[in-house]
Design a protein around this ligand. Sequence first.
Ligand code: GDP
Length: 340
Amino acid sequence: MDLIYVVVGIAVLLVLTGAFFYFRRLDRPGPAPTAEDVAVETRRAPVGINGRLGKSRTALGGALRGVFGRSALDTQFWEAMEEALMGADVGVAASAGVVERVRRAKPETAASARKLLEEELKAVFAHTERRLSLDGNPAVMLIVGVNGAGKTTSIAKLAGRLIVEGRKPLLAAADTFRAAADSQLRVWAEQVGVPVVAGKEGSDPAAVAFDGLSAAKARGRDVVIVDTAGRLHSKQNLMAELAKIRRVLERDGGTVGESLLVLDATAGQNGIAQVREFANAIGLTGIVLTKLDGTARGGIVVAVEQELGIPVKFVGVGEGVDDLMPFDPDAFVTELLADA
Ligand code: GDP
């Protein structure tokens, strides 16, 4: 009899001990979240372009409303349409081309002319690959652009996006010319939770870029985003330096999958000249068009693609870290013409 009490006692003791350890394990916190986990958790869901084009939408919409309000589809009608597009910085050649194609389709009413205009603008952007090319381990992205275009901000925004997509970016601060460029980049990097490799002010930018690449390999980071100078003593120096950075990154069979130009949409037609210069110096795989929220000249996107054939891959629509979105041409054109 006594033996039964002892056995039951031991069994109860074992169950209680097991339960104690089981519940204690549940209570114990998991590993501390990393900066990246926090960044991913706090990142907002990406927002669309709807309502973000502000002045461009009102300006072009207003001008086109005047056009579509005309009673006859006569010469003045087509001229006014072309002027409205040029006013939004669509560019002379691109505006003339688009209007000519709409006109040739012989619409009979203003409403069908509007519909055709929307289709023709969308057609400018068709069949272009806009996804980032992130092959290579690590994949390498070279970011260029003049000072003030929004390069630092866009790099942070891009890094933030990549983290949300499960990538592990690392930033190389190869703008060693501008005082405190790396500290500006660091502030952003901390906000999005990415490591930065920097050199001393005045050090060789190509060496910093290469160190970034080596550090990424050593630390298992799968994308290196290289920030570069936007201004040097002369334009030739700048272009030569960018070409050198590219060569160094491509040493030992490496590839620069993306060389993106950060372009300020408010630069207007002047921006087209910038694109040409950078494209000639290092070759461009795409454009990040910033400040689309603050300009009435959003039509520059059409001019860039139609005249230069370089895809706009991302657009910046604000100063916050989430205000960068992949360029969606259909949504963009619809929004641009929403008030027309
Ligand atoms: P950088 O000199 O090219 O590195 O330019 P920064 O990244 O420092 O940006 C210059 C200014 O433009 C800053 O005040 C940014 O907040 C602002 N900026 C950058 N991108 C955008 C954008 O898409 N929209 C708006 N409204 N401001 C932007």
